[in-house]
Design a protein around this ligand. Structure first.
Ligand SMILES: [Zn+2]
Length: 280
């Protein structure tokens, strides 16, 4: 009987090395930090593992590299680009020029935008290994597990395909504390996500700078975050964050980079603290 269960588990792990089937060791002292960098109207998150390694998700304008320089960071274990929109990749050329990057991850969503193609060629010239990630992939970076919940293989075909095919990343430590980073994926993508049960997270980085189409009450109930962080700059012509979205997010404490500056999240085990790094 036990042999049969073992073989089934082994088969599950074998057939899908990219499906989430490994149990996590329980560790109440497991630490990590995330800086939600104030990059204006865009996104940029810097994650520090328990071993002191850094990885970056998105970069906008000069602010990301300036922040890394102030912190005297020279090496990044990885860069993740959620999707090829300017407000998420415009700062990456500068980061790649100044930092040593071990790996670059993106979704592979096609873009013929000239500056994006220049970025890809810069990555290739610097011989930075590049991997495309899709729904169901899973990475381990030191003490952290990254589950990729979007986009699906073959991508979604919606009214806003670049946003809805954003890489959605759930970062968890060994104690099970998790942060959900939605990129700009909107409810059209999230409502039909086959990994809905994985959306439940302790902290939510709101989708699409607090856009009205980035959240609904049902989704927030599924995610059930203890705090919501919105990366947004003022002024912006989109009306982000939208009052209707803010009304939904108010079910949890809301932190905004346009009001709070860079927001610092520090996690130990299941205990977290949120501080303004550079209060405005
Ligand atoms: Zn955006």
């Amino acid at each position: 009987m036990f042999k049969k269960i073992f073989l089934i588990l082994l088969y599950c792990c074998w057939i899908s090395t990219n499906i989430f089937c490994q149990p996590q060791a329980f560790n109440q002292t497991d630490t990590f930090q995330i800086d939600f960098i104030d990059v204006g109207q865009g996104d940029s998150e810097l994650i520090k593992t328990a071993s002191g390694n850094y990885f970056l998700i998105d970069a906008n304008g000069d602010a990301t590299q300036q922040y890394l320089a102030v912190k005297k960071i020279k090496n990044l274990t990885a860069i993740f680009l959620t999707h090829p929109h300017f407000d998420h990749y415009s700062g990456l050329a500068s980061v790649i020029n100044h930092e040593k990057i071990a790996h670059f991850y993106e979704t592979g969503y096609p873009s013929s935008n000239k500056t994006f193609l220049q970025l890809l060629s810069q990555i290739s010239q610097k011989n930075i290994p590049k991997t495309e990630l899709k729904q169901g992939d899973r990475l381990t970076l030191d003490n952290l597990t990254l589950k990729i919940l979007n986009p699906p293989l073959g991508f979604l075909k919606t009214h806003s395909p670049i946003n809805d095919n954003s890489m959605v990343i759930k970062v968890s430590n060994r104690a099970g504390f998790s942060v959900l980073l939605l990129g700009d994926a909107e409810t059209t993508a999230l409502d039909q996500n086959p990994f809905t049960s994985y959306l439940d997270s302790d902290i939510l980085k709101a989708s699409h700078h607090g856009s009205r189409t980035g959240i609904n009450a049902h989704l927030l109930q599924i995610i059930s975050p203890k705090a919501v962080i919105i990366s947004v700059g003022q002024p912006n012509s989109y009306g982000h964050p939208h009052p209707q979205a803010l009304a939904i997010y108010q079910m949890a404490p809301v932190y905004r980079t346009d009001q709070n500056g860079t927001i610092h999240l520090a996690v130990t085990g299941n205990v977290y603290e949120i501080k303004n790094r550079n209060p405005k």
